[in-house]
Design a protein around this ligand. Structure first.
Ligand code: ZN
Ligand code: ZN
Length: 296
C-alpha cells in the first residue's frame, strides 16, 4: 500500500506498508532526461523508445531516462533500519554531479520524521559512492559518523572491493567507510544473513562482488529492496542491459533474471533503489522477460 504525504510545501514523502513495517523513501536527487548510454552500455534512446509505457514516469518521449538517488528507512516496531544513505554532501567525487554537493537530504530526513540518533542499523547493498555518503559528515575537516547509535553492516567482499577499486580523485573507503570502522560501529556480515524480525539480506552479486538486497517480510507480505542489481524499470523487459558500473556483466544478468523471476512468483512489493517517480511496484512475467507495474 502506498501512502503519500505532503510535508511543509516541499516534495511529497512516499511510504509503503508491509504488514506492521513501514518503508519510507528519502530522496537525495532525481534527474530526468539522461541519455541512456550514460548508464547502459550500448543502449541508445531508440531502444528505450521501444518501451512506450516507461513514459512519463521513467523516461521521456525522446527515450532519455530518469533516475533517482534515495535512501529507504525501514521502520519496524522496536527497530529502525536505514538502507543505502546516498552520496552525501561535501565529498570529493570523480563524477561531477556527485562532487562537493550540498543537498538538503538531512532536512528531508527530518521532514519525514527521522533523526540521525534514531537509526539502529544501516544496511549497505554495496559500497559505491551513492550508497554510503550520509554515513559520515565533516566536522573541523574530519569525516565523522552521522548515525552514531547504529550498527553499520558490510560484507567482507564489499569492503575489499571498495578498498581495491578506488576511482582516481576519490576515496570512498577513506571518507565514508573507514571512519565507521574506526569508531567501532561496523559489523561484517555474510551476504545471506537473517537480521531477525522479518529482515533478511540475500547475496545478489554481479554489480559488485559482495552486493546484497534486503527482504522485508511482515504479516504475510513481502518487499524487496533491490540495491543496484537493477537500475531502471527498462531492464525488466531488457535484462541483458548492463549498467556501466556492473563489475561482472554475466553474473549481474544472471542475478537480475533470478531476482525478477522470484519477485514475480512471490508477488512482492519490488522497490528499485534507483527507480524514479514511483519506485515501488510489482514485477509481472512477460514471456522470457518481465514488466514493472508501479503502485499508483
Ligand atoms: Zn552501484
Ligand atoms: Zn547506485
Amino acid at each position: 500500500m502506498t501512502i503519500s504525504e505532503q510535508v511543509s510545501g516541499e516534495a511529497t514523502i512516499q511510504r509503503w506498508t508491509v504488514g506492521d513495517t513501514t518503508i519510507t523513501s528519502v530522496v537525495e536527487a532525481e534527474t530526468a532526461h539522461i541519455p541512456p548510454e550514460f548508464f547502459f552500455t550500448g543502449v541508445d534512446a531508440a531502444a528505450v523508445r521501444e518501451q512506450p509505457d516507461l513514459v512519463p514516469d521513467f523516461a521521456d518521449a525522446d527515450g532519455n531516462i530518469t533516475l533517482r538517488v534515495q535512501a529507504l528507512v525501514v521502520d519496524q516496531p522496536g527497530r529502525r533500519v536505514l538502507v543505502d544513505p546516498c552520496v552525501g554532501n561535501g565529498k570529493q567525487r570523480a563524477l561531477p554531479f556527485w562532487h562537493e554537493q550540498a543537498w538538503p537530504f538531512m532536512e528531508r530526513f527530518a521532514d519525514a520524521g527521522f533523526d540521525a540518533a534514531s537509526i539502529d542499523v544501516v544496511v549497505h547493498t554495496h559500497l559505491h559512492a551513492d550508497h554510503v555518503g550520509w554515513d559520515t559528515h565533516v566536522v573541523d575537516g574530519t569525516w565523522v559518523p552521522t548515525f552514531t547509535g547504529a550498527r553499520h553492516l558490510y560484507t567482507a567482499a564489499e569492503i575489499e572491493h571498495c578498498r581495491s577499486n578506488a576511482m582516481p580523485g576519490e576515496d570512498v573507503y577513506g571518507d565514508s567507510v573507514g571512519p565507521i570502522v574506526d569508531a567501532g560501529l561496523a559489523d561484517i556480515v555474510d551476504g545471506n544473513t537473517d537480521l531477525g524480525d522479518g529482515l533478511r539480506l540475500e547475496a545478489t552479486p554481479g554489480h559488485t562482488p559482495g552486493h546484497v538486497s534486503l527482504w522485508v517480510e511482515s504479516g504475510g507480505e513481502a518487499a524487496l529492496i533491490t540495491g543496484d542489481f537493477v537500475h531502471h524499470p527498462a531492464q525488466l523487459a531488457r535484462p541483458t542491459w548492463a549498467e556501466v558500473g556492473d563489475d561482472d556483466v554475466a553474473l549481474a544478468e544472471e542475478t537480475r533474471r533470478r531476482m525478477f523471476a522470484r519477485a514475480a512468483e512471490q508477488e512482492v512489493l519490488f522497490i528499485g533503489t534507483h527507480f524514479p517517480t514511483r519506485p515501488a511496484g510489482r514485477v509481472v512475467a512477460d514471456g522470457d522477460a518481465w514488466t514493472f507495474v508501479p503502485e499508483p
